[in-house]
Ligand binder design. Structure first.
Ligand code: SAH
Length: 243
């Protein structure tokens, strides 16, 4: 009898904690979406009149940013600014995450590659939109932490791999969309190879730490791509493994 009571009490505690977690930062998350919408409207030169896709905004509304960053305070986690995620890396400002997600134009049956897992936040957003997400991170501690966060939050269609994303992930592809969240002077050719015809790659092109052009590459035929620069951005550098 006592054991049963303890079991029931602990179940109540688990449900309470889960509910409390769900209710956390609800207002701040909604406010973040409104800030992103306002930002998109004020920057019509980037997005035109139509603004950001509702699907991209919905996915951001479903993803709990405060659970991916070390700073768990709601007001800081959902402010429209970049945040440190440890080991010298940063998670982008929510508007830029929304913009990249929008530009990737992910459809429900898509397979998507992300290079630069970081905290796992962008991968989680993509996982709401795609059938399968594969994400590569070069820093072991970040790859491990992101894999754990994504597992704990039941993002079951996301796979995390430790490695240099320059070579892509051929066994997981070919990809309908590729999102690169670290800056490099040129688009890695293996990523273009692993992109399906009709697919899109979104990436900051330029030197790390200074400004780069957020670039969309579309693969229009097996040997033909088109490229357009969308906005000036500032990302951490894309690093290369030595071997
Ligand atoms: N998308 C992340 C933030 C990315 S910050 C998020 O949502 O949290 C950029 C990340 O790219 C860093 O974690 C950095 O370690 C990683 N990175 C840099 N060069 C890389 C490479 N060659 N392959 C894979 N990851 C790389």
């Amino acid at each position: 009898m006592k054991t049963l009571l303890l079991l029931v009490l602990s179940m109540v505690a688990v449900v309470r904690e889960a509910t409390a977690q769900d209710e956390q930062c609800v207002h701040e998350r909604a406010a973040m979406i409104e800030t992103i919408r306002a930002h998109a409207r004020s920057d019509a030169s980037v997005l035109g009149k139509q603004g950001l896709s509702e699907r991209a905004l919905e996915a951001m509304g479903q993803t709990k940013r405060h659970l991916f960053v070390p700073e768990r305070s709601c007001s800081i986690a959902y402010a429209d600014s970049p945040l440190p995620i440890g080991l010298g890396q940063t998670i982008s400002q929510p508007f830029i995450v929304a913009l990249m997600t929008h530009l990737a134009e992910v459809a429900p049956d898509d397979v998507v590659l992300e290079v630069g897992t970081g905290s796992g936040y962008q991968a989680a957003i993509l996982s709401h939109l795609a059938r399968k997400v594969c994400t590569i991170e070069i820093v072991p501690q970040l790859a491990m932490a992101a894999a754990k966060t994504l597992r704990d939050l039941a993002y079951d269609n996301v796979s995390v791999r430790l490695g240099d994303g320059y070579a892509g992930w051929p066994e997981c592809g070919p990809f309908d969309a590729i999102v690169v969240t670290a800056a490099l002077g040129q688009v890695p050719p293996p990523l273009i190879e692993q992109l399906k015809v009709g697919g899109r790659l979104v990436m900051p092109v330029g030197p790390g730490y200074t400004t780069q052009q957020l670039t969309v590459v579309e693969k229009i035929a097996p040997d033909k791509t088109s490229m357009r620069a969308v906005a000036l951005v500032r990302f951490v550098p894309f690093t290369r493994s030595k071997n």
